[in-house]
Every structure is written in C-alpha cells, then in structure tokens.
Design a protein around this ligand. Structure first.
Ligand SMILES: Nc1ncnc2c1ncn2[C@@H]1O[C@H](COP(=O)(O)OP(=O)(O)OP(=O)(O)O)[C@@H](O)[C@H]1O
Ligand code: SF4
Ligand SMILES: [Mg+2]
Length: 318
C-alpha cells in the first residue's frame, strides 16, 4: 500500500477547476518533486491533501494517507495528523510562526499538543531539534523570538517544528522561494539530509525543475490542474516526453546562457482558471497541437517509452 494515495482529486473555485481529477501515489521513503509554473495547481493540491483548503473550494475524489481517507476526516483528526504523521513547510516562515512566542516554546508546543512529550521532555527535545536543523547555540536560539532570527534561521525553526512529530511524510511547498538566494541551497540540502536520516517521505513542490531533479527520486509535472508527466527523475528530466516538460527543461538549461544564447521560454503564459482550452490543457501553447489535441489525452506510457505522459504526440528522443 502506498503511503499517500490520491484518486481523481478535483478542486474547484466558483465552478472553475484548479485541480482536474488527478491521481497519484507516494511510497514510503521516496522523495517526489511536484513541479510546474505558477498557477498550475501545485499548492491547491497540497492544501487539499492537508485539509487546508478555504471554504470557497469544492473538493471531490479521494485522499488516503496511511490507509485513512482524509477528505471525510474531521477538522480535529486532520489537525492531529498535521504536525504528527504529516509535516508541512510553506514558503513564508513567518506565517507558520507566532511572532509573540519564543521559538523553542513553539517547537515544544508542537510536541505537547500531539502528546509526544511531557513539558520538560518537550523543552529538552526542542533544543535537540534546534541542533538537528544546525542552528548555532541551540539553548540561546530557543529563547529568541522569530523577529530576532534571519529568514533562513526562521525556516530552519519551521523545519524543526515540521519534523518534531517524526512525520512519515513531509510536504514542502516552495520552502526556500522567499529566502535570500545564498541560503536557499543550504536549507534545501539540510531538508534533503534530514528526510534521508529520518527516512521521511518528501513531497517537494517547486517551479524549479533542475533543483527538484537534483534532490528527488520521482517527478510529477503539473499543468492546468492536471498531471501531464510522471516517472523516475532521470527518465522525466533526462527524456521529457511532454512538450511542457521539455519546455521547462529547455527554459532552465543554463548551458544556453553560458553559450550567450537567449534563454528559451515556453511560449505564452498560464491562463487564469476558467480560460484553459478544452481538450489538452496545454493546447494553446503547444507547437505540436493538432486536431487530435481537441480530445483530453490520458496519462499513459507511450509505446517504446519508460514513463507516463499525457500527450498525443510525445517528444521523441532517438
Ligand atoms: N482560494 C482561491 N480562490 C480562487 N482561486 C484560487 C484560490 N487558490 C488558488 N486559486 C487558483 O487556482 C489556480 C492554482 O493555484 P495554485 O496556488 O495551486 O498554483 P501553484 O501551482 O501553487 O502556483 P505558484 O507556483 O505561484 O505557487 C490558480 O489559477 C489560482 O489563482
Ligand atoms: S496533446 Fe497535443 S497539444 Fe497537448 S501537449 Fe501533446 S501535442 Fe501538445
Ligand atoms: Mg504555490
């Protein structure tokens, strides 16, 4: 049984689908990257899994985590799961932190709320967790308020909180995008080391294909609320089959810049909800589109290939 199984997940806002019936499975100990441009439905997917969607969202389908259906779980059950079996790190550390509370206490509170330690045990464990996320002087750091820390240090505290309950799955949505470029890679390498050490599965959400490819085992590529390609990282990054993935790869190919060429970007931009074309959602931006693409392509393994793509005319690499 997969750790997380999502089946036919649909999320709509005002009748427009932000997620259009996606299915995916994450296995234990596997690091999966979810990539796609801004507005493709990555965060909405994560929020649906976590039970954190706003009330304006309409949701259907199934999200099973450790065999339990989450879409029909109560708020209380979901809150218990988050910070316990399910760890979460979002883009902006300040939204996860209470500005009025010392950071050591905030980590200890996660442990207490989830009955993972007594008050003294929680304090001691919070110091260990601060050490684990490689912050200097854990005793001193624990007594600081969020505003006394840098953005990178705050995100380390959020990571300590997310890992406090020894989760089986960590969902990290653009965990370093809000940070200074110089600390982004440090935090990502730390996150990568920690999930390896703790044998935690990771769902890493980003728009940065090469970065995710360097850290993850599996890749899911999302466009227009659908999964357009998925498979083992070397397959998807090395032999992209969907024109969208191939475009993302080309747009991030730094060799082009070194050769003084202009960096190619994917033609056009992600439309707002409700303005995607019928049939293949990528149709209005795709150079290979023809009449067949007026139908919705299924996510399947094209003949002679090793992983899945939702495209009638997959890119050939021979
Ligand atoms: N609460 C909401 N109400 C209405 N539309 C929403 C809401 N949240 C998201 N959307 C829309 O759903 C679509 C997908 O949004 P989502 O935040 O999942 O994108 P994303 O892939 O995470 O992008 P980014 O890389 O910018 O974070 C977008 O068109 C967005 O405007
Ligand atoms: S199905 Fe057609 S429009 Fe969609 S990506 Fe493939 S070739 Fe392009
Ligand atoms: Mg997002």
């Amino acid at each position: 049984m997969a750790l997380l199984e999502v089946e036919d997940l649909v999320v709509s806002f005002g009748g427009n689908k932000a997620v259009r019936g996606i299915s995916l499975a994450l296995d234990s100990g596997v690091k999966t990257g979810l990539i796609g441009e801004s507005g493709c439905g990555k965060t909405v997917t994560a929020l649906a899994i976590l039970g954190l969607l706003p009330e304006t969202a309409t949701v259907s389908g199934s999200v099973r985590f450790e065999g339990k259906e989450l879409l029909s779980s109560s708020e209380g059950e979901l809150a218990r799961l988050r910070g316990d079996h399910l760890g979460v790190v979002f883009q902006e550390p300040m939204t996860a932190l209470n500005p009025m509370m010392r950071v050591g206490r905030q980590i200890a509170e996660v442990l207490e709320i989830h009955d993972l330690a007594s008050r003294t045990g929680a304090r001691r464990r919070a110091i260990e967790l601060i050490e684990m996320v490689r912050l200097d002087d854990p005793e001193v750091t624990a007594r600081k308020y969020p505003h006394q820390l840098s953005g990178g240090q705050r995100q380390r505290i959020v990571l300590a909180m997310a890992l406090a309950g020894d989760p089986t799955l960590l969902i990290a949505d653009e965990p370093t995008t809000a940070l200074d470029v110089t600390v982004q890679s440090e935090i990502l390498l730390l996150l990568d080391d920690l999930v390896d050490d703790l044998n935690t599965s990771l769902l890493l959400i980003s728009h940065d294909l090469p970065l995710v490819a360097s850290l993850c085992d599996e890749l899911l590529v999302m466009y227009g609320g659908t999964i357009v390609e998925r498979g083992e990282v070397n397959e998807v990054f090395g032999r992209p089959l969907h024109p969208y993935t191939a475009g993302l790869r080309e747009a991030s190919d730094l060799d082009q810049v070194e050769d003084d060429q202009e960096l190619r970007t994917i033609e056009g931009s992600v439309p707002p909800l409700g303005e995607f074309p019928t049939g293949c959602v990528f149709r209005d931006r795709c150079e290979y589109a023809d009449d067949e693409c007026l139908q919705v392509p299924r996510l399947e393994v094209p003949s002679g290939e090793g992983h899945e793509a939702a495209c009638f005319h997959p890119v050939r690499h021979d």
